[in-house]
Write a protein that binds this ligand. Structure first.
Ligand code: ADP
Ligand code: MG
Length: 198
């Protein structure tokens, strides 16, 4: 019988528990350095980056590097009442974030600077699991699904994950939006050809 989304979620959590802290940190450093190469080469482009939370491919260093080189970087904030996600420009990683939905860091209400989805060039997207076609499974809330659904194909979607979060093929639905590229500690998995050409 094929795996269900919940089977995958259970399996990924099991793999995560088996990953020791030092290996996780080493992997995170490598993922961040691959992202540095990608984003640093496109520093005029606006980035939306999730603020990593427990067990997700770490992004705090990636966000700080964008800010340090003057690259415009946005982070998500969510409204649990409407289940919608929005992007807000971040200017100071240390002073502007506080725990929001599910304890995830997001811009506090006095520091929200909304950015339209169409004004974002590159999205760094989290997941519990990705497959080799760039499809993703999240925690089941659908925040990123709904956000990705209003993005254009020209906006570059990059999934970040540890290699044990990658599966050959995941269960998916017709409205799922695929990543163009996945970055793991083992390197870059290109899904869509011709990226960064325009
Ligand atoms: N493009 C979309 N538009 C509206 N609702 C969506 C969209 N994508 C997903 N959803 C809804 O969000 C919820 C969670 O989606 P699901 O794909 O199961 O979670 P996840 O992506 O976190 O694994 C579901 O109720 C699903 O119907
Ligand atoms: Mg989904």
């Amino acid at each position: 019988m094929p795996w269900s989304k919940d089977d995958i979620r259970v399996e990924v959590r099991r793999r995560r528990e088996r990953c020791d802290v030092a290996d996780f940190q080493r992997a995170g450093t490598r993922i961040a350095s691959f992202c540095e190469i990608l984003l640093g080469a496109h520093r005029s482009r606006v980035v939306l980056c999730y603020v990593s939370h427990k067990g997700e491919a770490p992004t705090h260093d990636i966000i700080r590097s964008c800010l340090a080189r003057g690259q415009k970087v946005c982070v998500p904030w969510v409204d649990p009442a409407t289940k919608m996600m929005a992007a807000s420009e971040l200017r100071n990683f240390y002073t502007e974030l506080s725990p929001g939905f599910s304890g995830i860091l997001e811009p506090r209400d006095t520091c929200r600077r909304p950015v339209e989805p169409k004004d974002i060039d590159i999205l760094l997207v989290p997941a519990l699991a990705f497959d080799m076609k760039g499809r993703r499974i999240g925690h089941g809330e659908g925040y990123f699904d709904r956000y990705l659904a209003i993005c254009e194909p020209t906006q570059i979607k990059i999934g970040l994950a540890l290699s044990w979060q990658i599966f050959e093929e995941l269960p998916h639905e017709s409205h799922d939006v695929a990543m163009d590229l996945i970055v793991t500690e083992q390197g870059v998995i290109p899904v869509r050809k011709g990226l960064f050409e325009s």
